[in-house]
Design a protein around this ligand. Structure first.
Ligand code: PEP
Length: 250
């Protein structure tokens, strides 16, 4: 059975004391033990988060990283550095990285390789903009993002990959893809992977949905057969809401 995963993308939120507070509240929640729960504080608080959570089953992941291991890349953080503070998983390709920091598929392909080279798990994000969907180009665009950013990896690398389909028009907007729209795209993603690799790989990879998932819509979205969980932005900043989303699987 595929892993069920709920990951909170904290984005550029929570200073040190807020991180401590949010994680302490999260540790008080009853979380479905069948769900892998991940939080992603900003870089400066990863080590604190790792230490606060190390006796719990909640994992800590990073929101980004550079593809080189070290050197003259001012302001950047490498896979080795993340691993040195206990981080084994990284989000790559979030739409905000693509839109505001110029991250394109070619750059993301290098980052994915660096993560795999360091035996880290990647949560690979992708998804169409509203114009693509209106133009009926969303399937093509998603396929291209996968082909150019991810499909250079080998079959065995897929055990270190989690996918996050996030239609850009639904991120932070309060607008959610309908459960049927999410299912339709997730099924297409699996078919695309099956064509490029194999049915086993396509059926084995967890595909998360992201875009305004809240306690009141999570159950319906997670109830779709090809949706294996969620990447949660805004609602992950409240421990109670995040716990309700984690516990939304039927
Ligand atoms: C995200 O940041 O990945 C996200 C899905 O945000 P939100 O849940 O706030 O739409």
């Amino acid at each position: 059975m595929r892993k069920r995963i709920v990951a909170g993308n904290w984005k550029m939120n929570c200073d040190l004391s807020e991180t401590d507070y949010l994680l302490s509240r999260l540790l008080e929640q009853d979380l479905d033990p069948k769900v892998e729960v991940i939080v992603t504080p900003p870089f400066v608080n990863l080590y604190t988060a790792f230490n606060l959570l190390k006796t719990s089953s909640i994992e800590v992941a990073a929101q980004n990283m550079h593809f080189e291991s070290n050197g003259a890349y001012t302001g950047e953080v490498s896979a080795q550095m993340l691993k040195s503070v206990g981080v084994q998983t990284v989000i790559l390709g979030h739409s905000e990285r693509r839109a505001y920091f110029g991250e394109d598929n070619a750059l993301l392909a290098k980052k994915v390789s660096a993560a795999l080279g360091n035996e880290m798990t990647t949560i690979f994000c992708f998804g169409e903009e509203l114009e693509d969907r209106k133009a009926g180009n969303h399937f093509n665009l998603v396929k291209q993002q996968l082909q150019e950013g991810l499909f250079h990896i080998s079959e065995k690398d897929w055990s270190h990959i989690v996918l996050a389909y996030e239609p850009v028009w639904a991120i932070g907007t309060g607008e959610t893809a309908t459960p049927d729209q999410a299912q339709e795209m997730h099924q297409f993603i699996r078919e695309t992977i099956a064509e490029a690799y194999s049915t086993d790989i396509a059926e084995g990879v967890s595909i998360l949905y992201g875009g305004s998932v809240k306690p009141n819509n999570a159950a319906e979205i997670f109830g779709k057969p090809d949706v294996d969980g969620g990447l949660i932005g805004g609602a992950s900043l409240d421990a109670g809401n995040f716990a309700q989303i984690v516990n939304a699987f039927q």
